[in-house]
Structures are given as structure tokens and as C-alpha cells.
Design a protein around this ligand. Structure first.
Ligand code: ZN
Length: 533
């Protein structure tokens, strides 16, 4: 058999096409189950093929050279034939854990798994095309020509990907956010990614040691002032411009507007996702300086408060978890009816987090207290699940997680109803604190973790890379309520005058330390919203 001479670009294109057509059965089967073949979906389904093709083309082109192209394609063909078999037959996902399993399995155990079907898969989809690649007479042109061909291929791949994503942005939003498992069966992209992840987690993440900060922290007792009680509410996906306190055309803060809250209208988040923003806002690092690894390996403001020995701390969570922030303080899960008394149809309400707090306060009579309540808030895309029926003031609402099937009005209505519920929850929290107005210096600080896109320019939910994220995802709701004793102790007119200043989650660390009057060298007065000059 003779094969006509061809360039390495062509060899890569043929191989990538082969992989797309013959090794992605599971992926397309699973995808069709979610996005059935219909007029509305056909363009998106075709574009998925284009994206997978272009991604692989891009990857292999970048790694191609006279010495690497053939070995790389041969290995990919052989391994993909096997992953294809395992995915089709056992419905397994080739993730980093699976690779860890394979690495730790000896040859004897692997031989037990060998079946005739597997051998056939391997021969027809792996060995046969691998031999063709091996035998293919590739013409390697002068370096300049090859380089130019590479640049062109890379550009074409990028354009194909960008075009597909922008043409079907609604579908891709739900594909990436709602149907995560689908991408686990993309062959060979996902197993290549998994090997990278396996190597990264196995060889680069040695035991992290925790760096202590603010170990000098102390609070000097003042015999004249009463103990403090602060409730810090960490909001979820609440964008500033949907609070009527910030001028939103709809009344979404009917209860808060009756309280004397100090509303901060110009606050930006540290990240665009919970996992990024929550650890960052409690960390000593500002946004430019923060990274996930630094965050988990350095103590946060709650630790510094703990070092004083004078503040009782508690974290209650009705969201996912504290993202590592509350690892060293008391933590209570309010996502299940076990702790949370207000649950219906599997959804536990934020209000439930107030239950039994009196007991905690009673137990720590002699101490200052900081309680963090991590809300479910406006967690998308199922906004309609985030509030009891009685809060459905704006209608009609989107009642599916597949937001791309709803109009923008329906999505916004559901979202605003959930804001109404947060308004209610915050006012309940204020009511709770009022009971302690005579005995303690009380305050509630509310800050959302990030914002949310509601379909502007086809963008939904959140989590965009910060540099390209729209304002809706980074401009967050934040406000403060002060009890009578607290208001007396602070320069309230000055704080109110500055509410339109630009603040960010970077201010939280120092503001909390300042509120409790903590003396430590990690405190920066100019970052403290309540005490800066
Ligand atoms: Zn969040």
C-alpha cells in the first residue's frame, strides 16, 4: 500500500478528523440526550464538532515538529482507542483519579480486564490508523514555510473556536455550566487534560504548610464599652444594580429601606466565582496579589481574630462550604434539615441560619462575637428555587435551569424575586440584632461574593475571567447596619459621606479588624472603611 506524500499539517488534520468521527461516540451520545437533534440545536451540535476539531488541531499543531508529530499522533490514537472502549463499555470517566487508579494498578489486574471487544477496538481504532500515520511519507518543508503553516493553522483554529462560541453563546453557557459531565467524554481532549491535572496534583502540590499571620493580635479591654456582636453575611451572586438601594428601577429592598442601612454603591469583587471571591475577601492579600495557593496556605482575618483570644467565632453555611476560610473555627452546615429548621422540597432557606443563635451568644457572654452567615442567596441558574412562593412578586418567572430557554424578562424576574428574599433575610438579621441593642455593640455587614450576568450580550451566570468579565459580575451589593451603641462609637457622618467611594473586597480584612479594635501589625487603617481618615 502506498500513501501519497503529504505535509504534517495535513497529517494532523486527517488524524484529528479521525479522532472526532470514530473516538467520540460516547460524547455525542450523551450530548444528544441533553440537546436532542432539532432545528434549534442542530447548529450548536455541528459547532461542537467544529470546536473539538479545532481544539485538537490547535494542540497538535503547537506540539508538532519533525521529531514529535508522528510519535505524538501514534500515542494519541492508541490511547484514545482504549479510552473510547472504556467509556463506551463501562461508562467511566478518564479523570485524574482514574489515571491515578491506572498508574497504581499492576499488569496482572489489567490483563483481567482484557476482552475480545477491547482487542478489536484497539486494533481497528488504534493500531490500524497508527500504522497509517507511521507509514505516511511526510514532506518537511523549509523551517520558514513550516512555521508560516503553523501560524496559519493556529489562527484558523482560534477563529473557528471563537466563531462557534459566539454564534451559540447561549447553548455554550448551559453546556459549560449546567452539563459539565458532558465534556468528560471528549476524546482525546479530556484524558490529555486529566494526565496534566494528575501530574500537577501529584507532583506539584506537596503538603502545604499554613503561614500564621497576626499572631501579635490583641484587643485591649475597655471597661466602659460593651462587648461587640457582629453578623457578617456573605451574599451569593447579588449584583449591585439590582438593589433598589442603589437606584434599581424596581423595588427590591422594601424592608431594608425602612432600616437605617448604610449602602455602599461602588464595591467590586475579588473574583467572579464563589471559590475565588470568598477566600480572597477574608484574606490579607488584595486582588492583584491573591492566588488560590497563597490563600489556602496563609491564615485569614478569622484566624487573626481568633489569635486575640477575645472573639468567639462561628461560621454557618447554606451555600457550598466556606471554601477553606472557616477550617479553624466552629463551622455548621445549614444545607440540610439537620441544622436548618426552614427547608422545603430539598431547599433550605437562608433565614434558617438565624435559628438558635441566641444560644451561641448566651454561651459566649464574656466575649466579642463574630458570626458569618454564608447565604444561598441568588445562586443560579435556578433563581426560582431561591425564594418561597410568597416572594414571587415579579412575574412571569423562568422555571428551568436551562436559562437559554427563557426570555431575559423571565430570568430577571426570578432573579429579582430572589433579591427580594435576601432583602427579607437581611432585615430579619437586623431584627435579630436589635434584641441585643442594649447589651452589646451590634452591627451587620453584608457583602456579596460576586455579581451575575443575566443575559446581557448573551452572557449568563458568572465565572468569566476577571479581565474580560462584565461589570454585572464584579460590581457587588454591599451594605452595613449599625446598632445604637456602635453608631455612637463611630464617625457615622464620615462613613455615610464616603459610601459612593470605590471600595472592594480587599477592604474587608482591615474593616473587620478595625471594628473589633484589634491591634496588630497586619492591620492597615487606610483600608478600614469605618476608620480611615
Ligand atoms: Zn458565588
Amino acid at each position: 500500500m502506498t500513501i501519497k506524500p503529504l505535509t504534517q499539517t495535513k497529517l494532523i488534520v486527517y488524524t484529528v478528523l479521525f479522532l472526532l468521527l470514530f473516538d467520540n461516540y460516547t460524547f455525542f451520545k450523551n450530548t444528544l440526550a441533553v440537546y436532542p437533534l432539532s432545528i434549534g440545536n442542530i447548529g450548536f451540535l455541528l459547532s461542537l464538532g467544529v470546536v473539538i476539531f479545532a481544539l485538537n488541531l490547535l494542540l497538535f499543531t503547537l506540539l508538532s515538529s519533525r521529531y514529535t508529530t508522528k510519535p505524538l499522533l501514534i500515542i494519541v490514537l492508541l490511547v484514545s482507542a482504549l479510552t473510547n472502549y472504556f467509556m463506551n463499555s463501562y461508562h467511566v470517566v478518564i479523570d485524574a483519579d482514574m489515571i491515578r487508579n491506572v498508574m497504581q494498578t499492576n499488569l496482572h489486574e489489567s490483563a483481567d480486564l482484557l476482552t475480545l471487544k477491547q482487542v478489536l477496538y484497539f486494533l481497528l481504532l488504534g493500531v490500524l490508523p497508527a500504522i497509517l500515520v507511521y507509514k505516511a511519507p511526510v514532506i518537511y518543508r523549509p523551517l520558514k514555510t513550516e512555521l508560516w503553516a503553523k501560524v496559519k493553522t493556529v489562527l484558523i483554529s482560534l477563529v473557528l473556536i471563537a466563531l462557534s462560541l459566539s454564534l451559540f453563546s447561549k447553548h455554550y453557557t448551559s453546556f459549560f455550566r449546567e452539563h459539565k459531565p458532558l465534556r468528560y467524554s471528549v476524546n482525546p481532549t479530556y484524558w490529555i487534560y486529566s494526565i496534566g491535572k494528575y501530574i500537577d496534583t501529584t507532583y506539584h502540590s506537596g503538603p502545604t504548610t499554613l503561614r500564621a499571620i497576626g499572631t501579635d493580635a490583641k484587643i485591649t479591654d475597655d471597661a466602659n464599652s460593651s462587648k461587640k456582636l457582629v453578623i457578617m453575611v456573605v451574599g451569593e451572586a447579588a449584583r449591585a444594580d439590582h438593589f433598589s438601594l442603589n437606584g434599581y428601577r424596581r423595588e427590591t429592598n422594601p424592608l431594608l429601606k425602612k432600616e437605617h442601612v448604610i449602602d455602599f454603591g461602588n464595591v467590586s469583587s475579588c473574583g467572579t466565582s464563589t471559590a475565588e471571591s470568598v477566600p480572597c475577601m477574608f484574606s490579607i492579600f488584595d486582588r492583584d496579589d491573591y492566588s488560590y495557593k497563597k490563600g489556602i496556605s496563609t491564615e485569614n482575618v478569622l484566624d487573626v481574630l481568633k489569635h486575640t483570644g477575645k472573639v468567639a467565632l462561628l461560621w454557618r453555611d447554606n451555600n457550598s462550604d466556606s471554601k477553606g476560610v472557616a477550617l479553624r473555627i466552629p463551622y455548621e452546615n445549614f444545607k440540610t434539615p439537620k441544622h436548618n429548621p426552614i427547608c422545603e422540597n430539598g431547599e433550605c432557606r437562608d433565614e434558617g441560619m438565624l435559628a438558635g443563635l441566641d444560644k451561641f451568644i448566651e454561651k459566649h457572654k464574656e466575649k466579642d462575637i463574630l458570626i458569618v452567615l454564608h447565604q444561598m442567596g441568588n445562586h443560579g441558574p435556578a433563581y426560582y428555587k431561591r425564594y418561597p412562593k410568597s416572594f414571587e412578586k415579579f412575574t412571569p418567572v423562568c422555571t428551568t435551569s436551562q436559562v437559554e430557554q427563557c426570555t431575559r424578562e423571565e430570568i430577571t424576574n426570578a432573579y429579582d424575586n430572589a433579591i427580594l428574599y435576601t432583602d427579607y433575610f437581611l432585615s430579619k438579621t437586623i431584627d435579630f440584632l436589635k434584641k441585643y441593642d442594649r447589651t452589646r455593640q451590634t452591627a451587620m455587614l453584608y457583602m456579596s461574593d460576586h455579581g451575575e450576568s443575566l443575559g446581557e450580550n448573551g452572557v449568563y451566570l458568572h465565572g468569566m475571567p476577571y479581565f474580560m468579565a462584565p461589570d454585572a459580575q464584579t460590581h457587588i451589593a454591599a451594605l452595613l447596619w449599625l446598632g445604637k451603641k456602635t453608631a455612637k462609637a463611630l464617625d457615622v457622618p464620615k462613613i455615610v459621606k464616603d459610601t459612593r467611594r470605590h471600595y472592594s473586597q480587599d477592604n474587608l480584612f482591615h474593616t473587620l479588624l478595625g471594628f473589633f479594635g484589634v491591634q496588630t501589625k497586619v492591620y492597615e487603617k487606610k483600608m478600614d472603611i469605618l476608620h480611615d481618615d
